[in-house]
Each structure stands twice: as C-alpha cells, then as structure tokens.
Design a protein around this ligand. Structure first.
Ligand SMILES: Nc1ncnc2c1ncn2[C@@H]1O[C@H](COP(=O)(O)OP(=O)(O)OP(=O)(O)O)[C@@H](O)[C@H]1O
Ligand SMILES: [Mg+2]
Length: 326
C-alpha cells in the first residue's frame, strides 16, 4: 500500500484504473480534467495529483461557481490598486500563488465566457496581465480542473469554448460513482469512521454494510460520510446496525443539494425548506434576495418558472436547466 492508496481509498477495478492514471499523469505537466459525479472525490484526486507531481509550490484551489462573475478575473489574475471600485490595494491572484505548484479550478464549467479566452491564452503562453495592470507576468503552475457536467455537452450550447476544453484535457480522468464500486464500501466505511471518530470509531455490523449496499448514493462518498456520522449518533456507543443506517438514510438531503455542494447547496436547502419562498430563504441565509436568485441561476434553477416535477425532488416548484452565466 503506497501513499496514494492511503489518500484514495478503494481497490475496485475502476479505482485501480483511476489510481494508475494519477500515478502516470502526476509527474507530467499536462493539464488534467477530472470528471465525475458530486461527492465522488474529484477534489481528492486533485490533491493526489498535486502530491504525485512533486512540485515544490502549493495546491491552490478555487470553486469558480462560488465567485461572482465580475470577480473571477481579478481572483485568478490578480489586480492593481484602483483597477475597479473597491480595489484599494493590489492583489497577487491565484495564478501567481500557484507558481511552481498546482492550480485546481473546481466547477470549471462556470468560468464566464470572456474569461475563458484569457485563460486559454495563459495556458498557451504562461503569461497574463493582472486586471488594471500595465505589464504581463508569468507563473509556472500545473492546472487541474474539475467538472460534474457531461464534458461532451459542455461545449454544445456555446457556453464553453471548444479550444479551451481541448486544452484542459491534456489528460481526462473519470472518477467513478460510489454505486459503480460498492465493493469499496467496507474499506471506505473503515476509513471514514476512523477519520471522523479516531480510536473511538464504533464497529459496523455486517447487516449495516448490507443495508448501505442497497442505497443508490446520489451524493456518493460525501453522502456516505454524512450517513455514517449520523448512524454513529443513533447507535450511541454501540456497534452500528442496519436499523441505525436506515434511520440515518431517512434524513438524507435531496439529490439536487448533492449536485451543488457549498454555498449553492446551502441556498438550495434554504429555498427547499422555505417552500421556495425566496425572501424567507434570503433572510435565513442573511443575504439579499438578488444573491439568492444569482446563486440559484448558477445551479440552473429558476424559482416559479415552472411547476413541472423534477426527478427525485420533493418540492418541484423550480425548473432545472444547465448552469448559466449570470
Ligand atoms: N476514494 C476516496 N477515499 C477516501 N475519501 C474519499 C474518497 N472519495 C471521496 N472521499 C471523501 O468524500 C468527500 C467528498 O469528496 P470530494 O470533495 O473530493 O468530492 P467532489 O467530487 O469534489 O464533490 P463535488 O462535485 O460535490 O465538489 C470528501 O470528504 C473526501 O475526503
Ligand atoms: Mg469538489
């Protein structure tokens, strides 16, 4: 068992293939596009690629969808003092921070189209100009990008440049869903329980594992970690049984929230809990209503635009579309 086996848990054929690819491409400077469903471990793969690269710099991660469109360029390329309203000082930008290291662009499909052209230029020339700057600067970073979107469909409606996609795909790594590798459940459970509870981690009865294997895991390994954490609470200090797992699974979030982790998932949760009363959700989240609408649009959800039911969603009062630029 090497260091990679301790980071990426699982020895199913699909995980073995993935780990072979991480070992093979880790040392190269090729950009890598990591594709897979939510919670499957894409960020972990980016970490593994960075460790395998041996690069002396840092791993710098950014979730594009968590940054306002108007700030994406300044965040990536940095900015000079006075470059825009509120830019009281200059900032380095993540591209420079990732110099000699790895830049991880999560949810890369959310990059505004105008920024895509600039990113393509960076990947081709290794140089870029901070917002409001007068001179070009350079950075020797290795790019790892991730997406949940179907890569073949990313470019079909013109929201993502074909040339940039080709450039990002120096190597394309597919992270398998948990459902495709249920044989990894015992090892993953051991790993996650130890990670969460250390030496206090309770035992898992065989019946509990069988119950886990019956679930479909729309939220993949992240969902498994949540379910185990709750099941252990239900079990108090005893071993976890099938009925603890059933109770923990009963409390799961909607598949839509799993598709959108972080701030967007939180916003979806608040909207679902308020029965799609956006004003109430905004108040609960402590943000303005327009922020809620912008985050929902990021997830391709438009409250009130349709009453058509969504597959797998309990409260269908919004229409699901592909992500859009807002
Ligand atoms: N193979 C694995 N071995 C151990 N832990 C894993 C594995 N895959 C995922 N995890 C854990 O599951 C959680 C979710 O993983 P991660 O954040 O990498 O998923 P993701 O694919 O980036 O999800 P999203 O698309 O929602 O951003 C993390 O806590 C991670 O440590
Ligand atoms: Mg992620």
């Amino acid at each position: 068992m090497d260091a990679l086996d301790q980071i990426l848990i699982g020895s199913s054929p699909s995980m073995q293939r993935l780990k072979r690819a991480v070992r093979m491409f880790g040392r190269s400077d090729l950009p890598v596009l990591v594709h897979g469903p939510t919670g499957s471990g894409k960020e972990l793969v980016a970490t593994a690629l960075h460790l395998a690269s041996g690069r002396p710099g840092s791993l710098i991660a950014i979730n594009i969808c968590a940054v306002a469109d108007s700030m994406v360029e300044a965040t990536l390329f940095g900015h000079d003092r006075g470059a825009f309203t509120g830019a009281v000082g200059s900032a380095t930008g993540l591209l420079r921070e990732a110099d000699e290291g790895t830049l991880f662009l999560d949810e890369v499909g959310g990059i505004p189209i105008a920024t895509q052209m600039k990113l393509l230029r960076v990947l081709e020339t290794r140089t870029f100009r901070p917002v409001g700057g007068r001179t070009d600067t350079s950075s020797n970073f290795r790019l790892v990008a991730a997406t949940n979107d179907d890569v073949r469909h990313m470019t079909s409606d013109g929201r993502f440049r074909q040339d940039l996609l080709q450039r990002l795909c120096g190597a394309a790594l597919e992270v398998p869903s948990l459902l495709e590798r249920l044989e990894d459940l015992p090892a993953l459970c051991r790993h996650l329980l130890t990670r969460q509870f250390g030496s206090e981690a309770p035992a898992l009865e065989a019946s509990a594992l069988r119950r886990l294997a019956e679930h479909h895991w729309p939220g993949n390994v992240r969902e498994l970690a949540n379910v185990l954490q709750r099941a252990v609470l239900y079990a108090y200090d005893a071993a976890v049984t099938a009925s603890h797992i059933t109770s923990a699974l009963g409390q799961e979030r909607s598949p839509r929230q799993y598709r959108h982790p972080g701030v967007i998932g939180e916003t979806l949760r608040a909207c679902e809990e308020s029965g799609w009363d956006v004003a109430a959700a905004a108040e609960e989240l402590g943000v303005h209503k327009t922020t809620v609408y912008r985050r929902l649009a990021r997830a391709g959800v438009y409250p009130g635009s349709s009453t058509a039911p969504l597959p797998g969603d309990a409260r269908p009062s919004a229409q699901l579309m592909g992500p859009v630029d807002v």
